[in-house]
Design a protein. Structure first.
Length: 265
């Protein structure tokens, strides 16, 4: 039985890129179900792609997970396929950090191979469309049952590119966090999980100070009045900031990796 294939990219849907990759995979492994996570990652935004992949995959059945955000296509970066230690998941994509956070989420890397010159790729290979000619066919063959070890040349897992992400840390009576992503509503994802916040003495329903502005550690947007600032656990169990019917990013004037100082009130 074929493994399912999930697909994430920055290709958008205006052109034929996503459809052609689907066609390549369906031709090689017609029994595989292909699930599009998103193709709306901003162009070349590797970090957002990696964060979305990390938070989305736990909701997907174990299978082959294809991700393509590849600003260095045609350059020196490797194309890789890796198998995770936990849940027997296979990730396929460029070796630019895109796969690293998801691999960590599933216990790290059990095995990784360089598929840049894989015998499973299409020929001839375009210098600018590795999604079609390398990543999609390799993903499809892996979904059909080809072992990772037979897809390319082995690599030491310690050699793959990993993202350099900021880390939250406790201060005296406060927590120092960072803005690691934003959505189109102006909500701000922080590098903090629920356990870190509760261990620092924050209590649900009580006030917090965020970079000097008062808010509430709340469950949902309706827990604060319109224009109110809240700290909350988002749908992926990561701590985030929002303004009810507004933009936390604009209110707090945050950029990517901006420091966010949170204190209980």
């Amino acid at each position: 039985m074929a493994r399912p294939i999930t697909f994430l990219s920055d290709y958008g849907l205006q052109d034929d890129f996503v459809g052609v990759c689907h066609a390549v995979m369906a031709r090689i492994c017609p029994d595989a179900r292909i699930i599009d996570i998103t193709h709306g990652i901003e162009r070349h935004d590797i970090r957002t792609g990696a964060l979305v992949l990390r938070r989305a995959l736990p909701y997907c059945a174990p299978g082959v997970h294809l991700a393509v955000v590849d600003p260095e296509v045609g350059g020196a970066r490797r194309a890789i396929a890796l198998q995770t230690i936990e849940e027997d998941r296979i990730l396929v994509g460029p070796d630019n950090g895109l796969l690293s956070l998801a691999a960590q989420r599933f216990g790290g890397i059990a095995e990784v191979v360089d598929v840049s010159r894989s015998h499973l790729r299409l020929e001839p290979v375009s210098a600018t469309f590795h999604g079609r000619d390398i990543f999609a066919p390799v993903a499809a063959h892996l979904a059909a049952g080809t072992p990772v070890s037979e897809a390319g040349e082995p690599i030491d897992p310690d050699e793959i590119v990993r993202l350099d992400m900021p880390l939250a840390f406790p201060g005296e009576g406060e927590l120092i966090a960072h803005a690691i992503a934003f959505d189109r509503f102006g909500n701000v994802m922080l590098d903090v999980e629920h356990a870190e916040l509760t261990s620092a003495g924050f209590r649900l329903g009580y006030g917090v100070s965020v970079n000097g502005r008062e808010g509430v550690y709340a469950t949902t947007f309706a827990d604060v009045p319109p224009g109110g600032l809240l700290l909350y656990e988002d749908a992926y169990r990561t701590l985030s900031l929002a303004v009810n019917r507004g933009s936390a990013r604009e209110l707090l004037r945050l950029d990517l990796d901006s420091e966010v100082v949170i204190r209980p009130l």
